[in-house]
Design a binder for this molecule. Sequence first.
Ligand SMILES: [Zn+2]
Length: 402
Amino acid sequence: MIPDFIDETALNIFVDGSSLPGPRRGGLGIRHVWVDAHGHEQSETEPFPYSHEGASNNQMELEAPIQALKTALGRHPPIDLADVTKIIIYSDSRYFVDNLYNARKVWPNTKWHRSGGAPVDNVRQWMELRRLCNRANQRHRLRVVPTWIPGKKGEYAKSVDKAAKRAAKSILKTKIDHQQVRRKWSPLEVTEGCIRPRGQTEFIRIVTDKQVGRNRVSKHIYEVVNEASPDHQLVDYGYTGLVLKAGHVYKVLFNDEATNARILEAEEWPKQRRFWDATVARRAAIVDALRYVGVKGVLLKAAEQGRIKEVACSMPTCLCPEGAGGRHYFERKVHPPIDWMPTPDHYPVLKKDDGKLTVDNVRLAHRICNRVDYAIQTGKPYQRDLDRVAEWERRWHAVREF
Ligand SMILES: [Zn+2]
């Protein structure tokens, strides 16, 4: 018999997946082949005595290289990877061989959609394959090369085909599951339904990702990392047709059906905890500074929720001269009130439009800037206020020159 063609400088892996109907189940076969230090061709069939419940043929064709790479890159590889130049995976699946490049280089940029716009099937498996190929590259400087071979031709292809069919019939069962789990940042436990979908934009971090069913819907455990949110640190389940990865942070848009929570849109944000901790630290510094100048009540509450982004007068026109500190200059609150002390301004719904002073309808302002703005809005005189600003500015410069 003519020996199978293999690359003598590579770790050669022959894989096959199979699927049986009624009830549907799959099996996989893996055989590692290499040339040892003495020039002998060596091979090892990986024992895989499980059938995969509900798995389709394509899923098994992906699962075989996944498991093969996990073994090759794991703690007990069949050979020392330092001795080979690449990893070649031989498969009779066009689905696997033709799409591995897409999974590595194309789909991550299309948010896992095919060029026609349809979401990629078996996306968790493709992501896992991508992760393993990247690991081979980064840790071992090895390329993973998929190579198509005709099925059941040659000793190795035949042996993995047989192994896959045998595994599919096995009474030992398992499921394809590439769920990723990350440690929560929040001290709270997951509570189903604790976050009410109300069409809100939110910053969430995915704790687990899991594809449920074959309808491309994923069920995630996620936590709210935005300290400005009333739901900050709550941990809940969420459903989405989007591909969201465990350990990553997204700016998402929720639907507003209370009984059917869905994440409709998602945009990736920095996933480093220190980035989000820094935003918490910044918020605390703003709260401290506001307290120091005597801010209390709704404005302080808004700051505590991270809604006040800087200690600055946020009126459209700030009258405080730049030389004196401009928008950032505040004097401590006293009685009777003085011009440059902090006040809450009704915003975005203005006072003249019956806006109420609440944590989500307030911004920080100089008292005098606030007064003049309100006078302009309501057609009242404000020349005396402007005169006072001019006088104050004159005195300010006089003091500086002295
Ligand atoms: Zn101002």
